[in-house]
Design a protein around this ligand. Structure first.
Ligand SMILES: O=C(O)CCC(=O)C(=O)O
Length: 362
């Protein structure tokens, strides 16, 4: 077989998984038209399952301060505020910054669909988990978390921990553990069984845990299946303001594995389709490219090499098509996106377009 024929075969065999999880990934990465910096980021993410970066967001200080002020009253009583993007413009803006969406699109080869934010005032001390038990997609694994430090984070206030490379493990859902997600009465008990299972798995496989110190303004992107959690808080009086944005990717269906039994055909599909049903779905939205000089900041620590790059060229035109796993017609794509992604998550897309210019009408 000639080289061209082999390439054609590889293209035909493009799998319905994020491209960094494909057995053809190295070849596809080589052939992609991403710039060198983006290639290094994707290669690092493929191997380790996360990236730590300092996005160059000129308004970051203002956004972080506005978020802290806007949520002060709620945070006086609860640590975890979900979906503040609906009523705090700064949360929405940070969740949809083009500097982050561009990286996500490079990593997954599809446009990201941010759908949920969580704002914490203090460390969470969450036990180790994979986000795929909470949010999964068909095709699988098209989900990522973006975690922003709104203040310096270290052992004193509950650092993040994670197991590099664990994103490559199998996806474990309740039915894999003999639990019945779709009929479970005591979610907490069953969720504890899932967490206990992961402790045993990590121990058995000898996975090595890492914790990370982060500076205000730095972000960590993790692949959905990366095992991660929150470390113990050493100083009980400390704050640890942070914002997590959970993102799906275009062209998928989304479900909650914790409440589903896929082998029985029983899926708890993500709802919020009322905008679509009522005919009020907005037009298809598309994110803008970052303005020149406002792209991705250098990756710290074990990430790709540091240094200045041509940020503006982060996503060359046509790149999404170049390694998009679903090779569908434009009509199919438009219909799928409208029906699944945008309709399901219409509010975020609409507010985003108005507030941060991260997305713009097609
Ligand atoms: O913020 C933390 O401590 C952990 C966050 C986390 O595990 C998550 O959002 O999935």
């Amino acid at each position: 077989m000639t080289e061209t024929e082999t390439e054609t075969e590889t293209t035909k065999l493009r799998l319905n998984v994020p491209w960094f999880e494909s057995p053809f990934f190295e070849r596809e990465l080589e052939r992609s038209n991403l710039d060198d910096h983006a290639k290094e980021q994707v290669a690092f993410f493929a191997e380790h399952g996360y990236l730590i970066l300092r996005p160059e967001i000129p308004e970051f200080e203002r956004l972080a301060d506005e978020i802290t002020t806007a949520l002060a009253a709620e945070h006086a009583t609860v640590n975890r505020v979900q979906d503040a993007w609906r009523y705090v413009p700064a949360v929405r803006e940070l969740a949809t910054r083009p500097e982050i969406l561009t990286v996500l699109e490079n990593l997954y080869g599809r446009r990201p669909v941010p759908f949920q934010t969580l704002n914490f005032a203090r460390g969470t001390q969450q036990r180790t988990h994979s986000d795929l038990v909470h949010f999964n997609s068909l095709p699988q694994r098209f989900m990522a978390g973006v975690w922003f430090a709104l203040e310096d984070v270290g052992p004193q206030n509950g650092a993040l921990h994670y197991y590099p490379g664990s994103h490559r493990l199998a996806v474990y859902e309740p039915h894999d553990l003999g639990l019945r997600g779709s009929s479970v009465r005591s979610r907490n008990t069953d969720y504890r069984q899932y967490e206990d299972f992961l402790v045993r798995l990590i121990d058995d496989l000898g996975l090595a845990k890492e914790t990370v110190r982060m500076r205000r303004g730095e972000a960590m992107i993790w692949s959905a299946n990366l095992l991660h959690g929150g470390e113990r808080i050493e100083d009980p009086d400390s704050t640890r303001r942070s914002q997590v944005t959970h993102c799906y990717f275009e062209g998928c269906r989304y479900y909650t594995p914790l409440y589903s039994d896929p082998p029985l055909g029983d899926y708890d599909w993500t709802r919020r389709r009322h905008h679509h049903r009522s005919g009020a779905a907005p037009r298809l939205q598309r994110r803008a490219r970052p303005p020149a000089g406002e792209g991705q900041g250098p990756v710290r620590g074990r990430g790709p090499a540091e240094g200045e790059r041509d940020r503006a060229a982060a996503v060359p035109a046509g790149q999404a098509e170049a390694h998009q796993p679903l090779r569908a017609s434009a009509r199919y794509r438009a219909r799928t996106l409208r029906a699944m992604a945008i309709a399901s998550f219409a509010p975020m897309a609409r507010y985003t377009a108005a507030s941060s210019a991260a997305l713009r009408p097609e």
